[in-house]
Design a protein around this ligand. Sequence first.
Ligand code: AMP
Ligand code: GLY
Length: 421
Amino acid sequence: MDILVVGGGGREHAIIKKLRENKSVDRIYALPGNGGIAKDAECFPVKATDIDGIVAFAKKYRPDYAVVAPDDPLVMGCVDALTNIGIPCFGPEAKAAIIEGSKVFAKNLMKKYGIPTARYATFDDMQDALYYLESAPIPTVIKADGLALGKGVIIAETRAEAKNAVTMMMQDHKFGKSGDKIVIEEFLEGPEVSVLSFTDGKTIVPMISSMDHKRAGDGDTGLNTGGMGTVAPNPYYTDEIAARCMEEIFLPTVRAMNEEGRTFKGCLYFGLMITKDGPKVIEYNCRFGDPETQVVLPLLETDLLTVMQAVTEERLADVEVSWSDGCACCVVAASEGYPVSYEKGYEITIPDEVWPYVYIAGAEDEDGRLLTSGGRVLGVTAVMPTLAEAIEASYGMLDEIDFANKYYRVDIGQRALRALR
Ligand code: AMP
Ligand code: GLY
């Protein structure tokens, strides 16, 4: 069986390594993949956003199954396009991927179906938004409607900052068309939990919970990044909270999407905040999280391909999805200066015995040498019986990996450890 995976970061590397565990998998094609993924799959230089190029590739190589991992191709209709040429896919169609592609859509959906989230207002006129901010409670949160490479959310501590954010999005078009509409919402407080789930539109199976570390610096300081590390499970996600999330958020979301004629099939990601009034949705993603996937999939005991195919064929209810009762920690190593500016092109050395635990995010292969090519370079995941052991083991492995300008947070998992005490 041959599989096509669209995407080329640490998340895709984790998906590919997991798919490899299935003995019936022969070739895995990654579009575009990266220099590290090339050790586990055949990479071809077709961009994840080049839907025509992906379709042309699929017509030529005829994979038996495809997994579309990143947000942009999903929102652009990559699953629709591949399904049209007869290739079964894992991932939502464009009309369902809108749950991440438009924050205005997501907020209105939650309001219509009574799904708990921050109070909000939406705007397509800048003057209206600025007027609203005159009396909005501060801090407030400004969100560009569309995809913005994870940078479209601004938490404004003052009215002036809030107005700047609105002007930057709606007048200066910092995020292009993504900022033509915006959401201004209530600032919520509480620990954050990421819950990825498998759903076929009928059944929803939450994966093990995780905790991301989005800020660049130790102690959750500095700029927002794509994610500097993750741990799973998330200690704030108790059985009681999980039961509430299922009743108040997960099932209602699946039903709401069906009701809207936008049945969601694939990985639906719930970004949750556990507030004093209960769990609330901060964001939906239409895909696996990065670097959440790098801690969640190593804990999955059921064969990933089996679960994915059950989602595609709408028989998820028949599959038992089981998880290891261990803990996972993924520490991301970036290039110094990320997420602003950084140098690249430095050689990465990884001992053979560490390689199975490494997920490459930004590296290219040059004549057999692996060179840094991105802000986030790689992540390394350890699975151990306890969180403390997992943290220690992942940092231990990271120590053995070498490249110039290597930067990482030293406190991944510490907040979770404190919560356990
Ligand atoms: P996102 O780019 O949508 O993942 O949002 C980035 C981060 O902004 C989230 O992980 C939260 O930490 C924060 N955030 C988003 N919305 C809110 C909110 N309403 N209140 C407080 N923090 C928020
Ligand atoms: N790690 C957050 C995300 O994938 O959106």
